[in-house]
Design a protein around this ligand. Structure first.
Ligand code: S3P
Length: 167
């Protein structure tokens, strides 16, 4: 299997952590799209949001997402808002895309007031954002892992099992 595996989910769902563990176990490259954006712009994400706005950030995000087509056998961790653009959703639906699903309460505890996440604002705003995105995560993921009450190891095992146990 030469295709990449993409991880999607709301902020705080562990896309980077699980992605690194998967990459380790499957001996694949790990790519974090937020890191790619930072390297491309040579700026932090809060700085990009503040000086250039979210629309600009989303342009770069789509660009780096589509560039992953040039990579083979990668594990790609995406930002929580990747599903907000149709072009990204269309692309992800054609890939092996794993949605890491958690209850909002769990996610909120992890992300509240994180200064590195410009979209992590008040409880109400975040809840609204979560609710506006949930259908997109569900319809874009080609596989969904219900993560509540599962350890990182169990989540990784489940993804590998879904992939047919192929390492
Ligand atoms: C965002 C999520 C972030 C990052 C940016 C915007 C969002 O990634 O891309 O701050 O709108 O949900 P994480 O999901 O890794 O926090």
């Amino acid at each position: 299997m030469k295709t990449n595996i993409y991880l999607i989910g709301f902020m705080g769902s562990g896309k980077t952590t699980i992605g690194k563990l998967l990459a380790d176990q499957m001996q694949r490259h790990f790519i974090d799209l937020d890191e790619e954006i930072k390297n491309y712009e040579k700026r932090s994400i809060p700085y990009i949001f503040e000086t250039k706005g979210e629309d600009y950030f989303r342009e770069i995000e789509s660009k780096v997402l589509l560039q992953t087509q040039d990579i083979q056998l990668g594990i790609v961790s995406t930002g929580g808002g990747i599903i907000s653009r149709e072009i990204n959703r269309k692309f992800l639906k054609k890939q092996q895309t794993v949605y890491l699903e958690w209850d909002f309460g769990t996610l909120y505890e992890r992300i509240e007031n994180d200064p590195n996440r410009p979209n992590a604002k008040s409880y109400e705003q975040l809840k609204c954002l979560y609710e506006s995105r949930i259908d997109f995560y569900e319809s874009t993921g080609t596989y969904r892992v219900s993560c509540e009450n599962k350890s990182k190891k169990e989540i990784v095992r489940e993804v590998i099992k879904w992939l047919g146990g192929e390492l």
